[in-house]
Design a protein around this ligand. Structure first.
Ligand SMILES: NC(=O)c1ccc[n+]([C@@H]2O[C@H](COP(=O)([O-])OP(=O)(O)OC[C@H]3O[C@@H](n4cnc5c(N)ncnc54)[C@H](O)[C@@H]3O)[C@@H](O)[C@H]2O)c1
Ligand SMILES: [Zn+2]
Length: 250
C-alpha cells in the first residue's frame, strides 16, 4: 500500500507512528540529504551531472588516465563541502540515534561527512569519504586537509613524499564498495523493523539493493523529492525535503 501527500498530511502522521514504534531503524541516505546544506546532488536538474560534468569524471579508468579533469570539476564541489554544515535532517537523525530505545544505522552514499558532523555515530559510508586521500604510487593515506589549497584551486594534488597522485578515498565507478561498510549496512537492513530511504533516487547499485534486502514484515518509508523505483513497495512515500520532514519525526 502506498500513501502520498504533502508534509502536513496523513502520511506524515503514519511515518511518525512508524518511527515511534520501531526499535531498529536502518537508513539509506543519498545526495538529496545534503542539498539543503548547499551541496548539489548528481541527477536533479541542478545536479552535478547536468551542470558540471558527466558520470565519466568519476570513472576509475578515466581518473588513472588523466586525474586533472577530475580535480578541475571537483574544485567547486570541494568548496561547497568545505563550507557545508549539517542541516535539520542530519541533526534529527542524530537525535533519533541518541534515544535510549532506538538502534539506528545510517548507511550513506554521501561522501561529505555531514551525518558524522551532526553527531550520528553508527554511520556506514558506502562510497567512502572525502576527508582522507591515498597516494596512488606509495599507498600512503593522508588527511585531505593537507591538500586543501590544491583541491580548492582544482589542480592535481601530489604526495610530497613521493610525487604520486593523491586520490580521494571515495568509490569511483569501476571500484568495489568498502566491504566492511557494506556488510555492516546489509546486516542492519536485514534486522531492521523500519527502513528509511532518504534523499536518494535509488539509481546507484549495490547501495540501492539495501532497502530491497529488508526483512519481510518490516516497514519501508521513503522521503525523496522525486519518485523512486521502490515507491510502490513502500508503506509511506513523502515527496518532500528531508530537512523539513525529519525534524517532525523526532
Ligand atoms: N553530498 C554528497 O556527499 C554527494 C553529493 C552528490 C553526489 N554524491 C554521490 O553521488 C551518487 C548519487 O546517488 P544519489 O542517489 O545519492 O543521488 P542522486 O543525485 O541520484 O539523487 C538525489 C535524490 O535526492 C532528491 N532530493 C534532492 N534534494 C532533496 C531534499 N532536500 N530532500 C529530499 N530529496 C531530495 C532528488 O530528487 C534525487 O532523487 C552517490 O553515490 C553519492 O556518493 C554525494
Ligand atoms: Zn606517495
Amino acid at each position: 500500500m502506498m500513501e502520498q501527500g504533502d508534509v502536513a498530511g496523513a502520511p506524515l502522521a503514519r511515518l511518525r507512528e512508524m518511527v515511534r514504534g520501531a526499535r531498529r531503524i536502518a537508513v539509506l541516505s543519498g545526495a538529496g540529504m545534503s542539498t539543503e546544506s548547499g551541496i548539489p546532488d548528481f541527477r536533479s536538474p541542478t545536479g552535478v551531472y547536468r551542470t558540471l560534468c558527466s558520470e565519466e569524471v568519476f570513472d576509475l579508468g578515466a581518473f588513472r588516465r588523466d586525474p586533472s579533469q577530475f580535480y578541475r570539476v571537483m574544485a567547486p564541489l570541494y568548496a561547497a563541502m568545505a563550507r557545508a554544515r549539517p542541516n535539520a535532517g542530519h541533526e534529527a537523525l542524530a537525535r533519533l540515534e541518541a534515544l535510549p530505545d532506538k538502534e539506528v544505522c545510517v548507511a550513506t552514499q554521501n561522501i561529505d561527512g555531514l551525518h558524522q558532523a551532526a553527531g550520528s555515530r553508527n554511520v556506514r559510508e558506502l562510497h567512502g569519504g572525502l576527508s582522507t586521500m591515498t597516494c596512488q604510487r606509495c599507498g600512503r593515506r593522508l588527511p585531505a586537509e593537507d591538500f586543501r589549497e590544491s583541491l580548492l584551486a582544482g589542480t592535481v594534488p601530489l604526495h610530497p613524499g613521493c610525487g604520486g597522485v593523491m586520490k580521494p578515498d571515495i568509490v569511483f565507478f569501476g571500484e568495489s564498495l568498502p566491504e566492511m561498510a557494506l556488510d555492516a549496512a546489509m546486516a542492519a537492513f536485514m534486522r531492521a523493523d523500519l527502513v528509511l530511504v532518504l534523499g536518494t533516487g535509488l539509481a546507484v547499485y549495490p547501495a540501492a539493493l539495501l532497502p530491497q534486502r529488508r526483512r519481510r514484515g518490516s516497514d519501508l518509508a521513503i522521503v525523496n523529492l522525486t519518485g523512486t523505483p521502490l515507491d510502490d513497495q513502500a508503506q509511506v512515500v513523502l515527496h518532500a525535503r528531508t530537512g523539513e520532514v525529519l525534524p517532525l519525526l523526532v
